[in-house]
Design a protein around this ligand. Structure first.
Ligand code: PMP
Length: 286
């Protein structure tokens, strides 16, 4: 089916959507993005994604392409036009193009580029991958130092997923200065005893929207949460581990670098948090 996508004010069939070859998103990854999930045809955590988008734009001195209300309307219109019941809405803002290539930012009157499209993912919530759990490997974190800004510089995370695939695993956790930063496209946690451990927020990791919700829900459910640096060896010795992201919610991790966690199946804390999260997400969806 030909999707309807959004480009700079227009809703178009995907085959007719165009962006300039001089666009700085294309030439320099001078762009930020957000991914919002859709369940029951409604948006999950839209407000959180809109606030983080605004922050990413501010950190890069990039103009906002439109208001939050306009963004919400575009999201809803695309979900409706493409009949999405379960899936994702991808949004990207770039610094646009003044018709040439230059390292220096274009003049202030250059309009940002705004592109949105949907991805249909039936079975997103009831996912077989989450029932199986993910096998992960550890790799060095060689990304730039502003991982709190959600830019489209995704070559290394992509390579990380390929390294995982080559090793017969599903994903990779990245390590810097002896400590786990995060997954290639998710935040990382382990559980030992009744404590959930995850890295504190800083410029070293993306401030996950799902992370914020899951930590709040864990505390509401009387689970103990500790935000601190941790090593991959601690995670390997844990009872269980998991990741969070808007596109996979809470994903149990069943092995790290070939070492099985617990009995090698998804742990109870991860399973419970996934359930609680999905429950609340559906209730609050707009
Ligand atoms: N860290 C990284 C590097 C990511 O790419 C993502 C997903 N975009 C996350 C964490 C999780 O963030 P969120 O829960 O907002 O999807």
């Amino acid at each position: 089916m030909t999707r309807t996508v959004y480009v700079n004010g227009e809703y178009l069939p995907e085959t007719e959507a165009k962006v300039s070859i001089f666009d700085r998103g294309f030439l320099m990854a001078d762009a930020v993005y957000e991914v919002t999930s859709v369940l029951d045809g409604k948006l999950i955590d839209f407000e959180g994604h809109a606030v983080r988008l605004e922050r990413s734009l501010n950190e890069l001195d990039m103009q906002s392409p439109c208001t939050k209300d306009e963004l919400l309307a575009i999201h809803r219109q695309l979900v409706e036009a493409n009949g999405i019941v379960e899936g994702l809405v991808y949004l990207q803002v770039t610094r646009g193009s003044d018709g040439d290539r230059d390292f220096v930012f274009p003049s202030e009157d250059t309009k940002p580029t705004l592109v949105l499209f949907t991805q249909n993912k039936p079975g997103l919530a009831d996912s077989p991958a989450a029932q199986k759990g993910a096998k992960i490997i550890s790799i060095d974190d060689v990304r730039w130092g502003r991982r709190d800004i959600k830019t489209t510089q995704l070559l290394y995370p992509s390579m990380g997923k390929m390294m995982a695939k080559a090793a017969g695993a599903d994903d990779a956790w990245m390590i810097e200065d002896g400590h786990v930063t995060e997954g290639t496209s998710n935040n990382a946690y382990f559980v030992k005893g009744n404590k959930i451990v995850t890295r504190p927020l800083s410029k070293d990791i993306l401030h996950g929207i799902t992370r914020a919700a899951v930590l709040r829900l864990a505390e509401e459910a009387q689970m103990e949460v500790e935000e601190r640096l941790f090593t991959i060896d601690e995670a390997k010795e844990a009872d269980e581990a998991f990741t969070t992201s808007a596109s996979a919610f809470v994903m149990p991790v069943v092995s790290i670098d070939g070492v099985a966690l617990g009995d090698g199946t998804p742990g109870n804390v991860a399973k419970r948090l996934r359930e609680i999260y999905l429950d609340e997400a559906r209730k609050k969806a707009i």
